[in-house]
Design a protein around this ligand. Structure first.
Ligand code: NAD
Length: 287
């Protein structure tokens, strides 16, 4: 039976450590780290994500400052708000909830955030730092994925990793983190040929495709570690909806360890956002 890597429990530990660090900062400086969260429009999923992020911030003692803007907000107004937050010393992290309304150029908006406050790690400066292994803020989901794998693997040197998906928010950054740890990383995607064969050679599989139960039992070699990043909403014949991952976990008894969906990677993402906010605040304090 594969070990289940309990993302909820590990996220709780990260949140507890973060809350301790916040308390220490408040004791030392009298100021809590501040995270500005910007939501443009009323996308229901985004409302839920922002609500969760703000709620967790409060629990950890991080000051969260919400900016809810109407769907029709001109891009120039959003950029002006970011400029104000960039200049505000009480704001250590800035998060723009994606997706943005179509009339706004998301790339331009993310590029405007000061790299030191870019707690999502999407700014080109942070992307460059990640790919050159020179620090910076790392995107939250990949950071959380590494923390999950770290609970079962100490030494990544020479291990074969198959990353499924090459997005800028998961596939590419997690590949960079794995390369830093001296793993041999194969990044695959929708056009990859013979994906099951590549996956079967891997000691670690990170599945971030957004394809329900793409990774089947025969794709996974005995003893491999399988990290399931996928979040796919499916509807059963009786009309009930549920969330499933990218991996057919019920076929993975021969794996060494797997992450469940839900309760695996998902909880780590918010925990890492808070950890990044504290990191940004500490870096600002010594700058
Ligand atoms: P994306 O759509 O930006 O990228 C998907 C990638 O997977 C692409 O590179 C595509 O080529 C590849 N792909 C798609 N179908 C494939 C297939 N059949 N075979 C091989 N490759 C395939 O997605 P994303 O933003 O990286 O997200 C991926 C999944 O992870 C989604 O389900 C998303 O909801 C989930 N996600 C979860 C979290 C979390 O916190 N748990 C965070 C981010 C994304």
């Amino acid at each position: 039976m594969a070990q289940i890597i309990d993302g909820r429990a590990i996220a709780r530990e990260v949140l507890a450590r973060t809350a301790d660090e916040v308390a220490a900062m408040v004791a030392a400086t009298g100021q809590a780290p501040g995270l500005a969260v910007i939501l443009v429009g009323h996308d229901p999923a985004s409302e839920v994500y922002v609500g969760r992020k703000v709620g967790q911030c409060r629990k950890a003692g991080i000051r969260s400052i919400e900016h809810r803007l109407p769907e029709t907000t001109p891009e120039a107004d959003l950029l002006a708000l970011i400029d104000t937050l960039n200049a505000d010393p009480a704001v250590h992290g800035i998060l723009v909830q994606l997706p943005l309304p179509r009339a706004i150029d998301a790339g331009r908006v993310l590029d405007r955030i000061a790299p030191g406050k870019d707690v999502d790690g999407f700014h080109p400066v942070n992307v460059g730092r990640l790919s050159t292994g020179t620090g910076g803020l790392v995107p939250c989901t990949p950071l959380g994925i590494m923390m999950l794998i770290d609970t079962v693997i100490d030494d990544y040197r020479g291990l074969n990793v198959c990353v499924i998906g090459k997005s800028n928010i998961v596939g590419k950054p997690v590949s960079m983190l794995l390369l830093e740890r001296e793993a041999t990383v194969t990044v695959t995607h929708i056009e990859t040929r013979d994906l099951p064969d590549i996956a079967r050679k891997a000691d670690i599989i990170v599945a971030a495709a957004g394809a329900p139960h793409l990774v089947r039992g025969y794709w996974v070699k005995p003893g491999a570690v399988v990290i399931d990043v996928g979040i796919n909403r499916v509807t059963d014949p009786d009309g009930t909806t549920r969330i499933i991952g990218d991996c057919a976990t019920h076929e993975l008894d021969h794996a060494r360890a797997v992450t469940p969906v839900p309760g695996g990677v998902g909880p780590m993402t918010i925990a890492c956002l808070l950890a990044n906010t504290v990191k940004a605040a500490k870096t600002a304090a010594i700058a």
